[in-house]
Design a binder for this molecule. Structure first.
Ligand SMILES: *Cc1c(COP(=O)(O)O)cnc(C)c1O
Length: 365
């Protein structure tokens, strides 16, 4: 593809940190870039503790295990998201239950959560889909005894009522996969303000072992650690946080500008942003009833546009998770598509993609 969907931004800073890690020989999970990355991330989102892990999926799995969630338990997750939260729930032996979304944010609907809550419900995973914060005000009032886990994998830099995404829920998680707004190649993090939870998380990700007593295991852990090279890239990216997220916002603003008239005169619309939130655009997302033709048209021109995720409620492997109605999820899921969005994108590239979108929309009318 001539214009990729996504592209990491790697500068001299990332290279310098990786080289430092290579030269001093610390490349495993015990290197000092891991700690520096954790501290910088915790400070950036205003949380007391951050624990670096291998990726954003394992971050969710470890969070669920730390909360004691397993066989016989249910966890409510949105039906429109990347699959990782649902898979994480299944991988700890619990059952994900899919909630519908709000039409005006594309995020988990509190009304749907209320209907799906049972005596087995142990948590809600609130995903800030595509960089748009969930309505934490509503989620917190649903049922104070059901904890929220925030999955902020797509929301570096987004804010809910002036508070950063990645700081909500008892536990929050991030991904720093190569196609996220900030990356470490493969890297994730678990954050909390609770000191006991933080030490439990640390023990779980490190073979159930504490540094005080080597090769003694009170609990069954796993190895979910990241490595010092990924953390070195991750630290550089956290230090460039504002630059990286502002550049993506600029790309989104250019798309808005070039497509404004098309939004007014055709069936094309942009993913809405809630008025309580300030989004941090991860991937610029549009909706059109003839989505597949439009994506095909763009791809034929070398533009790596893609249809959004298949609604999870339509995946046979998760059929036991469908206990509600998914009208809005399906409406969005079968009409939404992504345009290339990355920090290094130029105004000219954005203009070219927008022109191709206009052409495609005119051709399907
Ligand atoms: C990318 C993503 C993840 C998983 O992150 P990985 O680091 O790729 O494992 C989890 N949740 C959401 C919402 C994501 O978009």
């Amino acid at each position: 593809m001539r214009i990729p969907l996504s592209q990491p931004s790697i500068t001299a800073l990332e290279k310098r940190y990786v080289n430092e890690a290579l030269e001093d020989g610390w490349i495993s999970g015990t290197g000092n870039f891991v700690t520096r990355f954790e501290n910088a991330l915790a400070e950036k989102v205003g949380r007391k503790y951050a624990i670096a892990v291998a990726n954003g999926t394992v971050a969710l799995e470890v969070a669920l295990r730390a909360m004691g969630i397993g066989a016989g338990d249910e966890v409510i997750v949105p039906a429109l998201t990347f699959v990782a939260p649902a898979a994480a729930v299944r991988n700890v032996g619990a059952t994900p239950v899919f909630a519908d979304i709000y039409a005006n944010t594309w995020n988990i609907s509190a009304g749907s959560v209320i209907k799906l809550t049972t005596e087995k419900t142990r948590a809600i995973i609130a995903v800030d889909v595509l960089g748009n914060p969930c309505h934490y005000g509503y989620l917190d009032t649903i049922n104070p005894v059901i904890p929220v886990i925030e999955d902020a994998a797509e929301a570096h830099g987004a804010m809910y009522e002036n508070r950063p995404c990645g700081s909500f829920g008892g536990i929050s998680t991030f991904s720093f996969h190569a196609n996220k707004a900030l990356t470490g190649g493969e890297l994730g993090a678990i954050l909390t303000d609770n000191p006991e939870m933080a030490s439990l998380l640390r023990i779980l990700v490190n073979h159930g072992m504490t540094s005080e007593r080597p090769y003694w295991h009170d609990i069954v852990g796993t190895n979910a650690r990241t490595n010092n090279l990924s953390a070195a890239i991750g630290l550089a990216q956290v230090e460039r946080w504002n630059e990286l997220t502002e550049k993506r916002q600029q790309v989104a603003a250019w798309y808005d500008e070039f497509l404004r008239e098309t939004f007014e005169n055709t069936l094309l619309w942009r993913r809405p942003v809630a008025d309580y939130a300030s989004e941090s655009c991860w991937l610029y997302t549009l909706h059109h009833p003839q989505r597949n033709e439009i994506v095909g048209h763009l791809r034929a021109r070398g533009i790596d546009s893609r249809a959004i995720w298949t609604p999870l409620c339509d995946l046979p492997v998760y059929k036991d998770s469908c206990r509600g109605e998914y009208e809005i999820t399906r409406h969005v899921g079968y009409g939404a598509f992504w345009l290339p969005t990355f920090a290094a994108m130029t105004r000219e590239q954005v203009r070219e993609v927008a022109e191709a979108v206009k052409e495609a929309v005119a051709s399907v009318k």
